[in-house]
Write a protein that binds this ligand. Structure first.
Ligand code: SAM
Ligand code: SF4
Length: 336
């Protein structure tokens, strides 16, 4: 069976697909208040184009696919895409990252179509604070979405939280505490400079190490090995049912375990979240490029994966390095 390895001997088997750059929320850390100008219908990849790319990537060695965005559930008929991707030989794991606001109504059909799991982003369990962080979102809808996902068998449901000092860091213990009695995975994502919305600051940033010390108040964090977890590091608190995870994009453990490529909604392959390099698959597809040409471009993207980034060196000052590299594209435009 084929496999893809980059120049630093990392196995690349994970493709994150942004299926839209539209979103029904405006999270303070991700978007400017007015949102980002969404791509037009014509600019974004059609489902059949996405399916073709994933088919070729699977032939080369991609095994895991995640649908993300923007908010993936704002795109019509996502279940059709899920069912089509699920049929591709070689794809063993199909998941989605969502803000959860539309999940209640879609969870069952997504599970029936073959989605394996969901990650739901929630940054506060206080409805007013949640509304502030997301600039208008309803926590109630998200909680119903999480319950519906569990009921539909999209397990384990993973909760993504971005801790920010003075914003929601006082809830970190409550989030981690959820894993004591439920099989949830709670993942803390280091706050990254993203886009040009000016929200990131060294004062708001909290490192994984600091967070771990806070969470250790619940009990010792015992490392757990979860197969192919890429850059996330997982721990169990004492005899907890669930696990806590840390995605330390800024400090460490990230680049050396990086197993992924990203495809933007407008058809650009991005070898690294923190670099500007993009390889245009859409142009090749729409000019009638054969499968061999698409495969060549995918290999080229893997060749372009840098060994790492120097983000950790820049966190104490507002350094130039940010998600999207110099272009500072917001996460919603890249596919977080
Ligand atoms: N809309 C979906 C959602 O919110 O889950 C999927 C797209 S969103 C860009 C994917 C993930 O990126 C979310 O978990 C979000 O919290 C995270 N994210 C966005 N901007 C971020 C930032 N500046 N730092 C860290 N994580 C960020
Ligand atoms: Fe939308 Fe997700 Fe960005 Fe929030 S983090 S604005 S939900 S894309």
């Amino acid at each position: 069976m084929s496999e893809l390895r980059d120049d630093f001997d990392r196995r690349i088997d994970y493709l994150r697909l942004s299926i839209t750059d539209r979103c029904n929320l405006r999270c303070v850390y991700c978007m400017p208040p007015e949102g980002v100008v969404p791509s037009t219908h014509k600019e974004i990849l059609r489902y059949e184009e996405i399916i073709r790319i994933v088919g070729i990537a699977a032939g080369l060695g991609v095994r895991k696919v995640r649908l993300t965005g923007g908010e993936p559930l704002t795109r019509k008929n996502v279940s059709f895409l899920v069912a089509s991707l699920k049929k591709i030989p070689g794809i063993r794991d199909l998941s989605m990252t969502t803000n959860g606001t539309l999940l209640e109504r879609h969870a069952q059909e997504l599970a029936d179509a073959g989605l394996d799991r969901v990650n739901v982003s929630v940054d506060s369990f206080d409805p007013g604070r949640y509304r502030q962080i997301t600039r208008g979102g309803s926590l109630d809808a998200v909680m119903r979405g999480i319950a519906a996902a569990g009921k539909a068998g999209l397990r384990p449901v993973k909760i993504n939280m971005v801790p920010m000092r003075g914003v929601n860091d006082d809830e970190a213990l409550e989030f981690a505490g959820l894993t004591l009695s439920s099989d949830l995975h709670v993942r803390f994502i280091e706050f990254m400079p993203s886009g040009d919305n000016g929200y990131w600051s060294p004062e708001r940033y909290i490192s994984t190490e600091e967070l771990k010390k806070i969470i250790a108040a619940l009990g010792p964090l015992v490392p757990v090995r979860i197969r192919k977890n890429g850059p996330s590091r997982y721990f169990r608190i004492g005899g907890a049912k669930g696990v806590v995870g840390f995605i330390s994009a800024i400090t460490h453990h990230f680049c050396s375990a990086c197993n992924r490529l990203r495809l933007t909604a407008d058809g650009k392959l991005r070898p690294c979240l923190f670099s500007e390099t993009e390889i245009d698959l859409k142009a090749a597809l729409r000019s009638g490029g054969p499968d061999d040409e698409i495969a060549r471009l995918i290999r080229l993207a893997i060749k372009a994966k840098p060994e790492g980034h120097a983000m950790g060196d820049t966190v104490s000052r507002r350094g130039p390095l940010a998600v999207g590299g110099g272009k500072k594209r917001p996460m919603a435009k890249i596919g977080g």
